[in-house]
Design a protein around this ligand. Structure first.
Ligand code: LR7
Ligand code: MN
Length: 576
């Protein structure tokens, strides 16, 4: 089995801040096998992977393109070559003040040229790859709400500067009811002067990024839609490998490696090429280390397309017709969140392929918080969107999502009948199929015996994560029956898990800690005997036991004695 647990890279939709950037960061290393062209992926059971150039692309087929000119370094300017910007002392106060406006350092961004140079961050072997001489055209769709001028226009300029001009059909900016003057007429006048056809669409009222993207997509005239967030920087050679992959199979949806642009200094920091997308029980998108299984499928070629279970959501290219064939987006989703997992599940379950293309790098300003409002409340909106994902795509595994919080159970998904009908119409596969074939390393276990509370027979209290973090002790408290910290899965891999945490004992008398699940047995293997009700730790042979009177919230690991204090009830199944 493959590892997931302690290899998690990133805990929020942002970089891991407590590790100096965390292991997400780190450049690709050289010395890999030189495979020039990765031809085609194999079958994965859909029977549609085709060779050659898809017949769909009948319009402007180009014999040759002229690669984008390299953006030269402007010596002496801040942030050139992706270097961090140093804020002059006298501007520090202002920078701090302005941070709140966008949740990134606006003063730093404003100091950097809209055309700043970056280093070529690609793996050496990427530079040697050849792409088909005929590639489809793409339209770039960038949605924004109250985006800063410099980040928005640097995104646009990075597209213009680093894409072969002949492949760029147009750049579509979708203003989602921003309230900033410079994003009005001034923006329209500015983009009219750009060397690539660029125009601004506006939503009538605040619509959220999902419906804003749908508006943008309607106006696309290119063959491929490429979505970007409004604070990105495309690097050299980013576009060709994305489009080339779609040419090989138009049902492939492709993402670049998303590098990190620091929200403090705007330094351009290369992300790991061995991370892919996953998700937890709360249906948050998460980065995890790519398992060995997938590395081997790619013949350990780090430049080969990587099949990812999910995508972050903001940066990807998709064949325009395929975007609609496969159900575009769920219009019932508001503002932010959920659409990334929804689309990921949909692509895989309905016969598509989702990949990260390691030779394509685009930077993104990762932030810790959202700078903008969520009309109606953040929790309400995010839970509503997530509930729609659970209701339409997760089948029985939606229990894991609903187990995590009362809020999730109370939130309304609204009417999902149309999306379910679409799933039927497209003859999409089950979530079980997805877990078995695409994401066996998932934190939602494929097979499990039990999901619910675990109650001690003698004390009548329940195992409880107490909301503690990785590496801390498991706790116990009054059984509240509300799920959340008291929901555990007992899996067929013999783990006792809560989201990404597994009960783990490294010594024969404990302590019993919660450690990232690694799916490799070892200290995380437990066997529940439904006859004598014991929970036995395989490695040590000892049994989980009720806490002592002195420390009533800490369960113990002790030699098995079949006493009542070592009996555990897995009876109150989680029911939502
Ligand atoms: O109401 C809104 N209207 C908008 O137009 C809210 C947002 N937006 C715009 C916003 O201005 C931005 O351009 O939508 C874009 C995405 O919003 P961000 O940048 O605030 O979101 P994010 O970067 O935190 O969010 C990630 O997850 C989102 C879930 O809905 C979207 O899928 C984002 O596109 C996605 N971003 C990325 O994938 C970049 C990498 C981040 C990671 C991991
Ligand atoms: Mn973003």
């Amino acid at each position: 089995d493959d590892m997931v647990g302690d290899n998690e890279i990133n805990t929020e939709n942002s970089i891991d801040n407590d590790g100096g950037g965390g292991p997400l960061l780190g450049a690709a290393s050289a010395g890999m096998a030189n495979r020039d062209d990765n031809a085609l992926v194999g079958q994965i059971g859909h029977g549609f992977v085709s060779g050659g150039i898809s017949a769909t692309y009948r319009t402007t087929m180009l014999r040759k393109w002229y690669s984008a000119p390299t953006v030269r370094e402007q010596k002496g300017k801040p942030g050139e070559l992706g270097k961090p910007v140093k804020i002059p002392t006298e501007m520090k106060e202002l920078a701090k003040e302005k941070f709140k406006e966008n949740q990134f350092n606006l003063v730093a961004s404003d100091l950097i040229s809209l055309n700043r140079s970056l280093t070529d961050v690609r793996h050496e072997n990427c530079k040697k790859k050849h792409y088909p001489s005929k590639l489809p055209t793409t339209s770039i769709v960038i949605v924004f709400h109250n985006e800063a001028w410099s980040t928005l226009l640097r995104t646009v300029w990075s597209v213009i500067n680093r894409s072969p001009r002949s492949l760029l059909k147009e750049i579509i900016l979708v203003d989602d009811a921003s309230e900033r003057d410079y994003l009005g007429k001034k923006l329209e006048e500015y983009v009219a002067t750009l060397p690539v056809h660029t125009f601004v669409l506006r939503t009538q009222k605040r619509s959220g990024l999902i419906r804003a993207r749908l508006l943008g997509a309607e106006h696309v005239t290119g063959e491929v839609i490429t979505f970007l967030d409004a604070h990105c920087e495309c690097t050299e050679g980013w576009l060709e490998p994305l489009l080339a992959r779609i040419v090989q199979n138009r049902r492939t949806v492709v993402c670049p490696i998303i590098d990190v642009i620091s929200d403090e200094t705007f330094e351009y920091i290369t992300a790991s090429d061995s991370t892919w997308g996953g998700f937890n029980w709360k249906l948050n998108f998460r980065w995890y280390r790519v398992p060995q299984r997938e590395m081997e499928r790619r013949n350990n070629d780090r430049t080969a397309p990587l099949r990812t279970p999910t995508m972050a959501g903001g940066l990807f290219s998709i064949d325009k017709d395929y975007f609609y064939e496969i159900g575009s987006y769920d219009e019932g989703m508001d503002i932010w969140g959920g659409e990334n997992l929804e689309m990921s599940f949909r692509i895989w379950q309905c016969g598509g392929i989702l990949e990260i293309i390691p030779c394509s790098h685009v930077g993104h300003v990762f932030r810790d918080k959202s700078p903008y409002t969520f009309p109606g409340g953040v929790a309400k909106i995010v839970l509503h969107n997530a509930a729609r994902v659970a209701e339409v795509w997760l089948d029985e595994w939606r229990d894991f999502y609903y187990a995590m919080s009362t809020g999730a159970r109370k939130a309304s998904a609204g009417d999902v009948s149309e999306r379910r009908a679409m799933r039927e119409r497209l003859k999409c596969k089950s979530f079980r199929w997805y877990l078995e074939n695409i994401y066996p390393e998932s934190l939602m276990p494929l097979d499990y015996y039990y999901l619910g509370e675990i109650r001690n027979a003698e004390l009548e209290t329940c195992l409880d994560t107490m909301g503690r973090k990785y590496g801390e002790k498991i706790g116990m408290s009054y059984c509240h029956g509300l799920g959340g910290n008291q929901v555990f899965a007992y899996t067929k891999r013999h783990q006792i898990m809560s989201d990404d945490l597994c009960l783990d004992a490294a010594q024969s008398l404990g302590p019993v800690n919660m450690v990232r699940c690694h799916n490799m047995g070892g200290n995380q293997e437990w066997v529940y005997d439904s006859e004598d009700k014991s929970i036995r730790h395989t490695n040590t042979g000892n049994c989980l036991q009720r806490p002592s009177r002195e420390d009533p919230t800490t369960p113990l690991l002790r030699p098995c004695n079949f006493s009542r204090g070592q009996q555990w009830l897995m009876e109150s199944k989680f029911k939502w």
